[in-house]
Write a protein that binds this ligand. Structure first.
Ligand code: UD1
Length: 430
């Protein structure tokens, strides 16, 4: 199993190209199941989760062709993928595939809308909470589907004549359930109005792609989305939006190590709340042409309290990284997690590097220390593992991160991007 070895202490300087967003690429790829024409996606990141979903889509009958090439001197890499699903070969998404990644459960929306039936295994994914699927079930039932759980699978069936548009308000904001409702309602008969919809940029990206495919959607990016169903969707060409979580992660790394880095190919407006928190912590962040420039001062980090919330609030996917930054703040800060009930597994690993963190329910109290010291640590989930990497970059001596397959699910060419900016990071394959 691969490990990552980091020797901390170097400031980061240079350019880091930001990849296409994993959390946008996944639902966009799944949207290819909605049409028999070709959907072409540009800027698709090369990540374990994406490769896993390619296998799942292939199983449903999607024909896939990939073109990848290195583009610019900054090391950015562009991948364009063509998806063609002439007919759905199989409406079952099996346990062996779905258990690896929660988002693969989302195929239930297009399969049901296009074929009138789907049998999808209950999902797996990061162990960061119970992560139920009740909102998907309720939402699809509102569109007339019959949903039944049987032997670890959800059997879904649309009424004769297909799904029927309806008014449905989510009792809780869910990104995944909003994606699924958008895709399912696009091919339903009549109008659907989704209340309390997720407002994440990735939802807007999916809606824009569906609109390019011929869907009639208004209001994406607000909490009320209206979808007028159409009888079929066509192909389209769409560019995956930049990864705001990768952007925020590297911005926090620079805030922590010090240095001057341009994050290329991303947009400051995708992560206003996180940028505001990074600025309050003392780093300088500015929008530049085609990206964001960040200047960090390393040892003068100010304590900042944050609370995770659905977009546009502070993203839960940046919580672990921000806590990493706060371990070296000059004072006490608090990090409160409101989205997932078990998303503090990085706390004990950060403590191995010398961080002083105490947990009280959903709030962590972090007492900044003047130095962290390298140690062996273990990655526990996708975002937690990258918080250990950035803490390792700021620690004295060597940090060895094991179980890095978590990192490979969501961070494209991490070692290469950091090494180009002066960090000492290497992958060790045993
Ligand atoms: C997506 C992101 C993930 C991010 C999360 C929250 C992708 C691939 N993943 O995950 O990185 O951390 O949004 O921003 O885009 N819930 C229910 N019932 C349901 C569905 C969800 O109670 O049927 C709960 C979850 O347990 C959680 C909350 O709703 O507490 C939000 O989860 P959700 O927005 O659905 O997360 P994902 O879409 O799985």
């Amino acid at each position: 199993m691969d490990r990552i070895r980091i020797v901390g202490g170097n400031a980061l300087n240079g350019i880091i190209p930001i990849s296409g967003a994993k959390n946008a690429a996944l639902p966009l790829m799944i949207a290819s199941l909605l049409t028999s024409d070709t959907l072409t996606l540009e800027n698709v990141p090369h990540l374990a989760d994406v490769e896993n979903l390619l296998r799942i889509l292939g199983n449903h009958g999607v024909d896939i062709s990939v073109n990848g090439r290195r583009e610019h001197q900054d090391g950015s890499y562009s991948r364009t993928v063509h998806f063609t699903c002439r007919t759905i070969a199989d409406t079952t998404a099996p346990y062996e595939l779905v258990s690896k990644m929660r988002a693969s459960f989302w195929v239930i929306g297009p399969l049901l809308a296009r074929c009138g039936q789907a049998r999808v295994s209950l999902p797996g994914g990061c162990a960061i909470g119970t992560r139920p699927v009740d909102l998907f079930i309720e939402g699809l039932e509102a569109l007339g589907a019959e949903m039944e759980i049987d032997g670890g699978y959800i059997n879904a069936r649309a009424p004769q004549g297909g799904l029927i548009g309806a008014r449905y308000t989510f009792p809780k904001v869910s990104v995944g359930a909003t994606h699924v409702m958008l895709m399912a309602a696009s091919l339903a008969r009549g109008t659907t109005v989704i209340g309390n919809a997720a407002r994440e940029p990735e939802v807007v990206d999916l809606a824009n792609c569906l609109i390019a495919m011929g869907a009639k959607i208004t209001g994406a990016g607000t909490s009320t989305i209206t979808i007028e169903g159409v009888t079929s969707l066509s192909g389209a060409r769409h560019r995956v939006l930049p990864d705001r979580i990768e952007t925020g992660t590297y911005a926090m790394a620079v805030a922590m190590t010090g240095g001057d880095v341009t994050l290329a190919g991303t947009e400051i407006g995708l992560l206003d709340t996180a940028i505001e928190a990074i600025r309050r912590a003392g780093a300088e962040v500015s929008a530049v042409e085609n990206g964001i420039r960040i200047i960090g001062h390393g040892d003068q980090i100010r304590p900042v309290d944050i609370v995770t919330e659905p977009y546009p609030g502070f993203p839960t996917d940046l919580q672990a990284q921000f806590m990493g930054l706060m371990t070296r703040a000059q004072g006490v800060s608090h990090v409160t997690e409101t989205i997932f009930e078990n998303r503090f597994m990085h706390v004990q690993e950060l403590a191995r590097l010398g961080a002083k963190i105490t947990l009280n329910g959903q709030t962590a109290r972090i007492e900044g220390v003047s130095r962290l010291r390298g140690a062996p640590v273990m990655a526990t989930d996708l975002r937690a593992s990258v918080s250990l990497v950035i803490a390792g970059l700021a620690a004295e001596g060597e940090t060895m991160v094991s179980r890095v397959y978590h990192l490979d699910r969501g961070f494209e060419r991490l070692e290469e991007k950091l090494t180009r900016c002066g960090a000492i990071v290497e992958r060790i394959s045993d």
